[in-house]
Design a protein around this ligand. Structure first.
Ligand SMILES: NC(=O)c1ccc[n+]([C@@H]2O[C@H](COP(=O)([O-])OP(=O)(O)OC[C@H]3O[C@@H](n4cnc5c(N)ncnc54)[C@H](O)[C@@H]3O)[C@@H](O)[C@H]2O)c1
Ligand SMILES: [Zn+2]
Length: 361
């Protein structure tokens, strides 16, 4: 098994460096790795209903076969579970099982599970350690890196939470074999985003081998995933909190978030980001940041992956514009964009004249 390891060292918590390990087939070795490193811990595995059925039972049994105690907690799959009521229920279940500070929470699942289980781990007993075993492409390249954990609030998504770094992250592309194709492609959109913003070489690799961007090509995927993770880790390490370089990760997201909200979340996040990238590339073309050719290449790549490049007819343009007006991030009256400026480059803090924005959206 070819194992890739990425060390994440956050400046503020140097003693808390942790490793992200990536390899096809790594999941089978996770029980051993856990039991070896956390000798006296009880393992509290948290998974949604779908992932619990596919992988949760197997993980729990494998840990138990090694002589350790493992418990499995299940919550209903879906974004709706990223809420205070489910967090409360998990707190109650963990306390009922008398979780101790030396125990370990294992977040097994997609971004919803990582955010929710991470939040529960951050808050129970004022914080217990946790590890991530991300099972969606989006969570493998994005949400499991950076330490943001949290839940949604009736007033908005991701409004309640904390920074709580995992002690380890185990990434196995083999787990993506059971993921619905739409979910898989949504994850590819986030990888494309980071490549377009920061890494021309990764971008061209994805362009050249676009047919290998599928769940069956585990070795190719492992390479692409680890590159994307390294980039995100480098960005969050340079400035762990919301500023500077980290803003480049918002490429495609200003318009993406607006389209996602206007679709009442019928679009997956990655699909909305793909539309956001395509629209923002058109803005870049209008502003002279990208050539016609570069813009066309991006649109072709998105289409080949099977991602949308235009706002679906079913979504009201007015709703998108309204959502965009809300997306000002408190910086006065103008919207600040992160715009693509060719493969691997982006321009931060860009403003766009209203008539160009109106034309593209
Ligand atoms: N913390 C961060 O930095 C960060 C970054 C980006 C996104 N997020 C959050 O991530 C969430 C989205 O994550 P997601 O897209 O992974 O959603 P998700 O966790 O809901 O997973 C999507 C669906 O796939 C299923 N699934 C997961 N793994 C599977 C597998 N291997 N096989 C079959 N089915 C599987 C799940 O049960 C679920 O129904 C959002 O809540 C978002 O806010 C967080
Ligand atoms: Zn995103």
């Amino acid at each position: 098994m070819m194992l890739r390891t990425i060390q994440v060292r956050l400046p503020a918590i140097r003693d808390r460096a942790y490793a992200i390990q990536i390899a096809p087939g790594l999941f089978a070795r996770v029980p051993q790795l856990l039991v070896r490193q956390w000798k006296s811990a009880v393992f509290h595995i948290i998974a949604d209903s779908t992932v619990s059925r596919l992988y949760g039972g197997a993980l729990r049994r494998a840990v138990q076969r090694l002589g350790a105690k493992a418990l499995l907690y299940e919550f209903p799959a879906g974004e709706e579970s990223k809420c205070q009521a489910v967090a409360d229920a998990l707190h109650t279940a963990l306390l009922t099982e008398q979780i101790r500070r030396q125990d370990l929470v294992v977040a097994l699942g997609g971004g919803v599970t990582g955010d929710l289980a991470g939040y529960v781990a951050a808050t129970i007993l004022r914080g217990v350690q946790f590890v991530q075993v991300p099972t969606t492409l989006l969570s493998q390249v994005d949400s499991s890196v950076g330490g943001k954990v949290g839940i949604d609030h009736p007033l908005g998504k991701n409004l309640v939470g904390a920074f709580h770094q995992p002690r380890a992250v185990f990434v196995d592309p083999h787990l993506l074999g059971t993921l619905p194709l739409r979910q898989f492609r949504s994850g590819v959109a986030e990888i494309l985003k980071i490549a377009l913003a920061l890494d021309g070489r990764l971008y061209r690799d994805m362009e050249r081998h676009v047919h290998r961007l599928n769940p069956g090509k585990e070795d190719f995927l492992a390479g692409v995933i680890s590159r994307a993770i390294s980039l995100k880790a480098a960005v969050v390490t340079k400035d762990g909190f919301e500023s500077g370089l980290r803003k480049s990760l918002n490429l495609g997201h200003t318009i993406g978030h607006a389209v996602e909200a206007a679709s009442s979340y019928s679009l997956l996040h990655g699909e909305a980001v793909a539309i956001g990238m395509a629209c923002e590339a058109r803005l870049s073309r209008e502003l002279g940041l990208m050539t016609e050719e570069e813009t066309r290449r991006l649109l072709t790549l998105l289409k080949k992956v099977g991602l949308p490049t235009t706002i679906p007819r079913s979504i009201e343009r007015g709703a998108v514009r309204k959502a965009l007006q809300l997306d000002k991030k408190g910086e006065g009256a103008v919207i600040k964009f992160v715009l693509p400026a060719g493969a691997g480059r982006c321009a931060i803090g860009m403003t766009v004249p209203d008539h160009i924005l109106a034309e593209v959206v």
